[in-house]
Design a binder for this molecule. Structure first.
Ligand code: ATP
Length: 260
């Protein structure tokens, strides 16, 4: 069964159709990618799926429930959690504290409990602390847990953002251009983390410019161009697809060139 099922999803801004009648099914357990040239509508699509932008038309179902008009916090609470194209860490907090914030979004208590500190809250806090360290070890940031998050190199900030998103226990993790601004070594580290969290059971939907990364790790790829889905298939099918090659040639970048 599809964990995420999108039908006829459309977004119009004034005269421009940014996303045009997209149908997409993301199977539970898959590592799915949405690619496309600049301005193809990827970010708009993501913003609608995660509740940051209301669709003009169409429906979005997650785990069998209609989430089309749900608020973004309700969508996250249902298990659909996203990261952002630009890293958004909490400044002035350590690496570990940034992950702990992610847990608090998913645990009970809130501000009142933090002030009154009942015993269940203290137990929960100790648990959150331990689990934050586990997640940091998982993404390879165990050694820098107590550093100021702002001082991390950019590649590590992106891994931290993934760890924080995982703290909210997503069933579907949306990654918005996770490799943007990373060097080859950092991209490899990120690719391994994404594959491993997927193997452990988290379904992943990523949008990405880096064609080489996508064709290496995704099970299935959908290609957008001018707001429309022009192709969908396995990485091998997508690399050979004439419409995809034409779309990327139009953007002066071929899948093969992006590979080099
Ligand atoms: N808030 C908005 N108002 C008007 N037009 C918008 C708005 N947001 C996006 N667009 C337009 O919609 C189209 C799709 O943009 P979108 O950012 O979704 O594409 P993208 O594939 O994510 O591009 P990129 O890879 O450059 O981020 C573009 O033509 C863009 O200019």
């Amino acid at each position: 069964m599809a964990l995420l099922s999108v039908r006829g999803l459309t977004k119009r801004f004034a005269g421009l159709t940014a996303v045009n009648a997209i149908d997409l099914d993301v199977p539970e357990g898959s590592l799915f990618a949405v690619i496309g040239p600049n301005g193809a509508g990827k970010t708009t699509f993501f913003n609608m799926v995660s509740g940051f932008l209301p669709p003009t038309e169409g429906t979005i179902a997650f785990a069998g429930a209609d989430i089309t008009r749900l608020r973004q916090d309700r969508i996250a609470a249902a298990g659909l959690v996203r990261t952002f194209q630009l890293v958004q860490l909490f400044k002035g907090l350590t690496v570990a504290e940034n992950v702990e914030v992610g847990f608090h979004l998913a645990t009970r208590g809130g501000v009142t409990a933090a002030l009154l500190r009942p015993s269940w809250f203290r137990r929960q806090e100790a648990d959150v602390h331990a689990r934050a360290r586990e997640l940091l070890a998982f993404v390879g940031l165990g050694a820098v847990a107590d550093q100021d998050a702002e001082l991390l190199p950019y590649g590590q900030q992106r891994l931290l953002e993934v760890a924080r998103a995982l703290a909210a226990k997503p069933r579907l993790l949306l990654l918005d251009e996770p490799a943007a601004g990373l060097n080859a070594h950092e991209t490899d580290a990120l690719a391994e983390v994404i594959q491993e969290l997927n193997r452990k059971g988290t379904t992943v939907l990523l949008i990405e410019h880096d064609m080489a990364l996508v064709t290496r790790i995704a099970h299935r790829i959908a290609v957008l161009d001018f707001g429309c889905k022009i192709a969908e298939g396995t990485p091998d099918e997508i690399k050979r697809h004439p419409d995809v090659i034409a779309a990327y040639l139009g953007a002066e970048e071929t899948p093969e060139a992006a590979h080099a």
